[in-house]
Design a protein around this ligand. Structure first.
Ligand SMILES: Nc1nc2c(ncn2[C@@H]2O[C@H](COP(=O)(O)OP(=O)(O)O)[C@@H](O)[C@H]2O)c(=O)[nH]1
Ligand SMILES: [Mg+2]
Length: 177
């Protein structure tokens, strides 16, 4: 079993904490009045990985927390609520993600009344090399959350994540499950 650190980013109210709770019911959430101020944390075994999921705060004044939590991550999941304007905070996140040598997956969260189209996501975020997958789903209902976990494991396997003793990087083909 390999370990992976997955960091969930996105602006406030995108659905990051909801997603972590959906994947790991009862996951730790450090919040104040509903706002994540430090992090969400939970772990889950999926495929050949134990995934350690860290949700980060979305408000820009807590950006430092995100940057610290993100250190050493193996993969990022960007929860994007595109029922709202793609604004400066989204551009900041895009800039953050494309400035790193780490793969990311966009989880486009369905909120009511949104046209959920993949090409709308690529219109917003472009097609940077780090972007490996776009999953359109719902953090709240759990729609396509299993597909998100499958995609996480698939990207980790194709990136070749360091195993627990760090250093060794193994490129390997997708394992079953
Ligand atoms: N309808 C709907 N609402 C959602 C969904 N995901 C999150 N929400 C709501 O959006 C709000 C913000 O969610 P939260 O997980 O706290 O966002 P965070 O700030 O990114 O952690 C909450 O009221 C959630 O119930 C979803 O998939 N569908
Ligand atoms: Mg939160």
């Amino acid at each position: 079993m390999k370990l992976a650190k997955i960091v969930i980013v996105g602006k406030d109210e995108a659905g990051k904490s909801t997603l972590v709770q959906n994947i790991i019911p009862g996951a730790l959430n450090i919040e104040r009045q509903g706002r994540t101020i430090a992090l969400d944390y939970g772990n889950k075994v999926h495929g050949n990985y134990k995934l350690h999921l860290f949700g980060t705060p979305g408000q820009s004044r807590f950006r430092i927390v995100r940057d610290v939590v993100a250190r050493g991550m193996d993969l990022a999941v960007w929860v994007l609520d595109y029922s709202r304007q793609f604004d400066d905070r989204d551009h900041e996140i895009l800039h953050f993600l494309t400035g790193l040598d780490v793969s990311f997956i966009v989880f486009a969260n369905i909120k009511p009344g949104v046209q959920k189209e993949r090409r709308q996501v690529t219109r917003l975020v472009g097609d940077p090399p780090q972007l490996k997958e776009i999953i359109i789903g719902s953090a709240k209902s759990g729609f396509r959350v299993t597909e998100l976990l499958d995609a996480i494991v698939e990207v980790l396997n194709s990136d070749g994540v360091k195993d627990s003793n760090q250093k060794t990087i193994t490129k390997e083909t997708k394992a079953s499950g």
